[in-house]
Design a protein around this ligand. Structure first.
Ligand SMILES: Nc1ncnc2c1ncn2[C@@H]1O[C@H](COP(=O)(O)OP(=O)(O)OP(=O)(O)O)[C@@H](O)[C@H]1O
Ligand SMILES: [Mg+2]
Length: 311
């Protein structure tokens, strides 16, 4: 059984001219981290909210852990856990209260709830602040309370809508590690993020949606193939004739003071010589998910034709 099975799901909000989701079909495998990527307004949160039974689809069917979102929403709510995109902890409650009370509400006995609360607060470095009211905590610490609440539960499926927004690099890694532990213990995860390094680090499968349409899906390795080259070279613009670079690979306009060339290893030497001869600084790096995302979303025309990528 899939953790989520979505078939031709569409959503049109009442007072909106846009269709937020258009005919999206996808499967989220159990015990895997499945990542939804897409630009602002692509439809990611809408999809999560439909799966989490907070919002009705306009068309299509979705089952979550075997339950239909329309027919059995309360069954779904018992087995999922969410970090919502715009959640805020309650001002007067402490991190301890948030997590511990939440676990009690979800039916954990006191001893287990205490252990789990202690464990997650330690993992996310919130333990020292455990008795401070949330209103006296920093923005990142407030966000970590929400993550702690969701991850401490014994749900089977975790929805993480931009869980590491506003977190420092060390805290982000603590959250990543908690997410990986959750998976190790057999849980499934649906993640959204705008951080491509986070998506690369965590995802087993990735789907890209654009304007409500699913435009690509696959593992990191599969998505990488959308760009045929494997190396990118960024060269300072400094008045060079861009056309001269075309023979070395595909030119990408990054809108910055460098020109990006997607190319192959075999061309690195020549390109370096080109730059050195003109005294231009340059960097060489492998192509990343960031490049794939930008090129797919930039080329997307938002048609349903891409749905034949679905298995
Ligand atoms: N309550 C609402 N009423 C009307 N339109 C909405 C509502 N919520 C979202 N939308 C619209 O639906 C579309 C998808 O929004 P959604 O929040 O799902 O995007 P997203 O991919 O999560 O974006 P972001 O990365 O900015 O969080 C947008 O065009 C948005 O304006
Ligand atoms: Mg969103």
């Amino acid at each position: 059984m899939h953790a989520i099975e979505a078939r031709r799901v569409s959503k049109a909000y009442k007072d909106s001219r846009h269709v937020a989701l258009n005919n999206v079909s996808l499967n989220v495998e159990p015990r895997k981290i499945f990542t939804l990527l897409g630009r602002n307004g692509a439809g990611k949160t809408t999809f999560i909210r439909i799966c989490a039974t907070q919002l009705m689809p306009s068309a299509g069917t979705i089952s979550v852990l075997g339950y239909d979102v329309l027919k059995e929403p309360s069954k779904i709510r018992n087995v999922i856990s969410i970090v919502p995109q715009e959640g805020r902890p309650l001002r007067a409650l402490t991190p301890w209260d948030h997590v511990y009370n939440w676990l009690q509400i979800r039916g954990e006995d006191k001893k287990v709830a205490r252990e789990k609360t202690e464990n997650i607060l330690n993992k996310l470095e919130l333990y020292e602040a455990k008795d401070m009211p949330a209103m006296n905590l920093s923005g990142g610490m407030k966000q970590k309370i929400l993550v702690a609440m969701a991850i401490a539960t014994n749900a089977q499926l975790l929805f993480l809508d931009e869980p590491t927004i506003g977190l420092d690099p060390v805290s982000r890694r603590q959250v990543w590690s908690a997410i990986k532990d959750w998976k190790k213990e057999g849980g499934s995860i649906l993640l959204t993020t705008h951080y491509m390094d986070e998506a690369e680090m965590l995802s087993d499968n990735i789907v890209i949606i654009d304007n409500g349409h699913l435009i690509a899906k696959g593992t990191m390795r599969e998505l990488r193939k959308f760009i045929p080259q494997n190396i990118r070279v960024d060269i300072a613009k400094d008045g060079i004739d861009v056309d001269l670079l075309r023979s070395y690979g595909s030119i990408v306009d990054t809108g910055t003071d460098t020109i990006r060339v997607f190319t192959f290893e075999s061309t690195i030497k020549e390109l370096s010589e080109f730059a050195l001869k003109r005294n231009l600084s340059f960097t060489i790096s492998p192509i990343t998910l960031d490049d794939v995302f930008v090129s797919l979303v930039a080329n997307s025309v938002g048609t349903v034709g891409h749905n034949d990528l679905i298995d």
